[in-house]
Write a protein of this length. Sequence first.
Length: 650
Amino acid sequence: MLTFFRRLINSRVGLIVSFAVLILIALAFVGGDVSSLRTAGLTASSGGGIAQIGSQSIAAADFKTRVQEEMQAFRQQQPTLDMAQFVAGGGFEGTLERLVNGLAIEQFGTAQGMAISKRSVDGQIAGIPGLQGPDGKFSRSTYERLLSERRLTDARIRQDFARETMGRFLTAPTIGASQVPGQLALPYASLLLEQRTGQIGFIPTRAVGAGAPPTQAELATFFQRNVARYTVPERRQISYAIVAPALVAAKATPSEAEISKQYATDATLYAATEKRSVSQVVLADKASATALVGKVNAGGLLEAAAAAAGLEAAKLTGLERKPYGEQTSPAIAQAVFGAAKGALVGPVQAPLGWAVIRVDGIEKVAARTLNQVRGDIIKQLAAQKVQLALAAVHDSVDDAISNNATFAEIVADQKLQPVTTPPLLADGRNIADPKAAPDPRLAEVLKAAFAAEQGDDPQLVSAGPDGSFAIVSLDRIVPAAPPPITQLKDVLIRDFSIDRARKAARKIAADAVAKVNKGTPLAEALKQTGLSLPPLQPMASTRAALAAQEKGAPPPLVLLFSMAKGTAKLLEAPQEGGWFVIRLDTVQPGDARGAQSNVTLMRATIGRSIGQEYVQQFANAVRDRIGVTKNAAAIEQVRRDLLGQSGGQP
């Protein structure tokens, strides 16, 4: 679930020069994507912070706010993300590294005489689409209003822009580097050709047995140690009311006067008319057009005469006089609609040359009376009146919200039917009723509710392409918390028994590994466990084969390539299923000196990341030059504080 931001947080570019997250925080307020940003400028102080970078210190409160902001920014893409998941995915460390690197690089650039001008920052801020007014120019009033709404300061925004720009100036020349010499790529290309063989044994958890039933004290201790495992994510109870076309349908029935008026307005649509189909050829000059007419009049076909001239007769159907005259010219339309079926018209001057036209067909369309089109007119007017009525209700509700009306007052005033949901997860699931599928129609309602804060005004959100909308109110937030231990008794007994068997299986597997590493054959070490185990399986692969697997190589094979020859290691199986015991038997080194294509491929592969490596080393050198000291205790305290906010409250 966290893959989408792990790639950024854990990448070297993400840790060094990807100030995009900082800029995202600085810019998110202009699009309303982050609902609760707070001012968090980085303070220069003498101590008490979580890190000292040169002459500047990051205060614990400021860093805590930054982490909350980044989590909220990522949450726009992953609505179910909470603080515990963000921290577990590396977001906490990623935020810290970005701040430290940003401050270090900024101070280094300043020491070298570099400066980011106010005009440069002005230009970047003015270029944000969300800050442009109706005239397409930067709107100062919009900027100041959004700063106030998001509780940010102009200085904070400018500080982030300047720091990001400084970092970009200093790292841009190296991050694009891609040249890698062949001698550097050769050892890595040879490494891909390395081949290894080994054996793998498996000690299943179930082979150990469940053991005696756990005591209440054991269950309580197990629950406390694994409380996060049973914690239910944050849920929200929502009240909403849908305003749909059916609600205003009674007000949308057109009167006879409206029907008659619409019929009169559209009289030309219902009047008798004539439609014609023609074949048309346009030539560059009058002489060529006259020659073409002569060939047709002599008994030839228009299509054949046009083909002989290197042209093609265009087929036009369903032409009406007025539109056709607007496309060509009134003179051409008059001539075509005055000719009989089969007649040849032309040459007549057209906008792009001279036209020769044959009338292929004439269709007389009779006039339609009011009674004949009454149904169509009623349908058209009703649809228009429904949209107008919906818009009127929408505007009325919007005005009521602006005047601080409550959800209950709005619903009562508009005579709507409110719905109150049980506490729901961000994806619409109800923990109390796991069989009930989330209602896809509530997607926008849920999105609005999970972006709101307790006590916020009701919100208006779209509820369908037919113009429907919903009034949404957040009733209460149910913080992330585990259910009472009494409700989990059966689950805890099961999980405790599995965990106890897993630990026992690990001890048995670890003993087997120790014996193998002292010289006992793997098969004999497993036999000595006294358990009924699956037979040994052979293992063999090359590093290239591992790298070629798009979904990732099996963990036992990956481990095989990080072991010393003749040794054994332990690896846990997925889902607490047991333990693998892996022994590496042979290692056959690769040699890519005769495989130039492998070397070339490796040069290209390394070339895609060499620039990032240069930037990493540059950032490390800058940090050494500026001086970075971290307060581990203060950092850990911030981590605990964040995880203590109900597992994910921003």
